[in-house]
Design a protein around this ligand. Structure first.
Ligand code: ZN
Length: 65
């Protein structure tokens, strides 16, 4: 199980955008250019990791099936 991230891509977390990038700096630049301020929205980032982190933040007794 070797995974050296050779094919790792980063998808724009915007719900309205589905562009992908090969490196974090490219994604960051895209966000800063095309989505200025948008990443501060409550529903960002709309990715499995982002949703998991929001679920983690909201897990103060509230259950979400
Ligand atoms: Zn985008």
């Amino acid at each position: 199980m070797t995974d050296d991230n050779a094919a790792k891509t980063y998808e724009c977390p915007s719900p309205d955008c589905s562009r992908t990038f090969g490196a974090i700096p490219e994604l960051t630049e895209h966000i800063n250019t095309d989505h200025p301020g948008e990443y501060q929205r409550e529903d960002w980032p709309d990715t499995p990791a982002g949703r998991a982190s929001r679920r983690d933040r909201a897990s103060n007794g509230d259950e979400e099936e």
